[in-house]
Design a binder for this molecule. Structure first.
Ligand code: NAD
Length: 430
């Protein structure tokens, strides 16, 4: 990963105040727990992460200097099965963020009814300025630092922001070296050649495409020609954009950390991906207008897919959003203070713990395939994914109608009910 250009996060204070992601998660949790009349003891149990690990990660840099990074792994809840959750390499990583992401994984796995709990990990670093060798040493030392928690039956990582199949391969190798035999099921999102699943790389974006179609159908809006804006042109955003374009939608805007591009007549997504492959970022793309990330969020469109980071839609900018539908490819893109504004404007929000659950669903398929030692064709993966995403959308919609709440509160309600049911059955170990 050689450096071309580097961009800092424009808003490094994005987790302050009411936009703390853990508090944002908790405010929705409290609402759903109230609807369910959750008993006080279980409420306390589910508000607390089971385990929080903080480690120092010393790395020998190419310069010969030693740099020490901070790494986190949080297991939020494992009542429904092994913890499952990605690893993020980013300068903006904080313990509060990792806790929130681990909680969202718990609710997400419950929404799509796969037998996992929730976890998440992160290292505070700037991977875009690091060499492949530095990243490998960082990944291996981080893996060694959290190795007691990892395992196919206990905690299974996956890719997230700035981590990819190669990083997963290093995690798998490090774990396997410690255990003296190859353990493919310890991590998902691996290269297909070494136990990865067909369709995993595209799974989160594909899931976003499936629920976008479902949402538009529910609202009586056509997908053909629907104008779609995608914020974040990484794994999730660029694949969602490409698959939605293949289904007949028009992608009118896209952005990444470098800036945003806009074309009212539609971007050629394949061409934009090719540009990003060559130039690393979307900015500078010559066949579209350049706009700012703030302008992108306020573009005239039918569907907005935030697929970058947390807190991009807040009480400050929610009023300016013109989309009829928001499909949350990212985790936590909407701050709690924006929910009410979007509801008032009649925006239909497909929440993160439903919209981006395609990734963990195919991670589950990968784990199943690794443990069975038998691999499925891509069309089998995709049709099973489609069935789970469509059913989950319908189940959340049914809860929304039952309690007369929005899709986000409905998804939390469904998830918390399922996790709480298992806690009641298992009882409290004393
Ligand atoms: P990625 O690293 O592949 O892509 C992230 C993209 O966001 C990049 O294009 C980056 O430039 C852009 N970005 C970063 N800061 C930005 C900013 N301030 N404004 C605009 N764009 C910005 O990561 P990813 O795997 O695509 O993950 C994106 C989101 O989706 C994250 O919230 C992640 O937790 C969530 N998610 C990912 C998966 C998965 O399978 N990869 C699954 C579920 C949820």
């Amino acid at each position: 990963m050689t450096e071309t250009k580097h961009f800092m996060h424009p808003d490094k204070d994005r987790f302050l105040g009411d936009e703390n992601p853990f508090e944002a998660m908790m405010s929705r949790f409290d609402y759903a727990a109230g609807l369910l009349d959750l008993d006080a003891g279980l409420y306390k149990v589910l508000r607390n992460p089971e385990k929080q690990i903080i480690i120092a990660v010393p790395v020998l840099m190419d310069s010969g200097d030693i740099e020490v990074f901070t790494g986190y792994r949080v297991l939020y809840n494992t009542s429904r099965g092994p913890a499952k959750g990605g690893i993020r390499f980013d300068l903006g990583v904080t313990l509060e963020e990792v806790k929130a992401l681990a909680a969202w994984m718990t609710w997400k796995c419950a929404v799509v009814k796969i037998p996992f709990g929730g976890s998440k990990g992160g290292v505070i670093c700037d991977p875009l300025t690091m060499s492949a060798g530095e990243l490998e040493r960082l990944t291996r030392r981080y893996t060694a630092g959290i190795i007691e928690t990892l395992g196919p039956d206990s905690d299974v990582p996956a890719p997230d922001v700035n981590t990819n199949e190669q990083v997963m391969a290093w995690i798998m190798d490090t774990y396997s070296m410690h255990h003296r035999h190859t353990v493919t099921a310890v991590v998902t999102g691996k290269p297909v050649e070494m136990g990865g699943s067909a369709g995993r790389r595209e799974a989160t974006g594909r899931g976003c495409m499936i629920v976008t179609k479902r949402a538009l159908r529910h609202l009586g809006l056509p997908l053909e020609g629907a104008r779609i804006v995608v914020q974040g042109f990484g794994n999730v955003g660029s694949i969602a954009a490409e698959l939605l374009q293949n289904e007949g939608a028009t992608i009118v805007g896209a952005s990444d950390v470098s800036g945003a591009v806009h074309s009212a007549k539609g971007l050629d997504v394949k061409d934009l991906i090719a540009w990003r492959e060559e130039h690393r970022y979307v900015s500078g793309y010559p066949k579209a207008d350049t706009i700012t990330n703030e302008e992108l969020l306020a573009l005239e469109c039918d569907v907005l897919v935030p697929a970058a980071l947390e807190n991009v839609i807040t009480a400050r900018n929610a009023d300016g959003i013109k989309a009829k539908v928001i499909v949350e490819g990212a985790n936590g893109p909407t701050a709690a203070g924006a929910d009410e504004i979007l509801d008032r404007k009649g925006v239909f929000v497909v929440p993160d713990i439903l919209a981006n659950a395609g990734g963990v669903t195919v991670s589950y398929f990968e784990w199943v395939q690794d443990r069975g030692g038998y691999f499925w064709a891509e069309d089998v993966v995709n049709s099973r994914l489609t069935e789970i995403m469509e059913n989950s959308f319908d189940n959340v919609l049914a809860v929304a109608k039952k309690y007369n709440v929005n899709m986000r509160i409905a998804a939390y309600t469904l998830a918390i009910d399922r996790v709480a049911a298992v806690h009641r059955l298992r009882g409290l170990y004393a």
